[in-house]
Write a protein that binds this ligand. Structure first.
Ligand SMILES: [Zn+2]
Length: 200
């Protein structure tokens, strides 16, 4: 009975907030009285984690970096976040992905991230793809595809496709593009470019 009452209240809260993440964040005290699993909780999915990577890209800009962000997830948990501060740190190896990979390895005390997924706001460059390979990353999920315009502006080494490198590498990484946040990421890059122009 308590369970049913809680379910009704969760349903109301769900409708009020419109999405399950805020429903989860605003758990009602009655949950403690419920026996069994919360019927409305669900594990974070690819899109949820990708959104976190996009949020890291926003943070990167706020911190004076390039608009790229990444998170690494293992066993359903975020184990590292990364932003792109290569320009400000004078470190060409410090991209959002490499930053996250280094942190993730430190967190788990190993250079082997097998079974982990790298979520990134922008499709990774050849360096970050290669480091992912060396780290044993199993999947890469990205929000925005590399464009010729980005290559022209030196945001990438060139037009080499990660899929082509993947095909000839020893270990294959599962590459997944989810288009949901692509426009948002492109807009973020444009805004960042405009700020650079104004600053110079
Ligand atoms: Zn990179």
């Amino acid at each position: 009975m308590l369970h049913e009452q809680a379910k009704v209240r969760y349903t109301q809260r769900w409708k009020t907030n419109g999405d399950c993440s805020s429903a989860r964040l605003e758990r009602l005290p009655v949950e403690e009285d419920v026996e069994g699993p919360n019927p409305f909780s669900h594990p974070m999915n690819d899109k949820d984690f990708l959104k976190l990577a996009v949020e890291q890209a926003k943070k990167s800009v706020e911190m004076g970096g390039f608009p790229a962000g990444a998170v690494i997830v293992k066993n359903g948990q975020v184990i590292a976040e990364g932003i792109s501060l290569g320009y400000t740190l004078h470190d060409p190896t410090e991209h959002a992905e490499t930053s996250a990979i280094k942190k993730a390895c430190k967190t788990i005390g190993s250079s082997n991230l097998e079974g982990a997924t790298l979520y990134e706001s922008l499709e990774c460059c050849t360096m970050c793809f290669s480091v992912s390979n060396w780290a044993g990353i199993s999947r890469i999920v990205y929000a925005c595809r590399k464009t010729p315009d980005m290559v022209n502006k030196q945001y990438y080494e060139g037009m080499t496709k990660n899929e082509d490198i993947n095909a000839t590498n020893n270990n294959k990484i599962d590459l997944v593009f989810i288009p949901e946040f692509e426009q948002e990421c492109l807009d973020m890059v444009k805004d960042w470019e405009q700020k650079q122009t104004k600053a110079s």
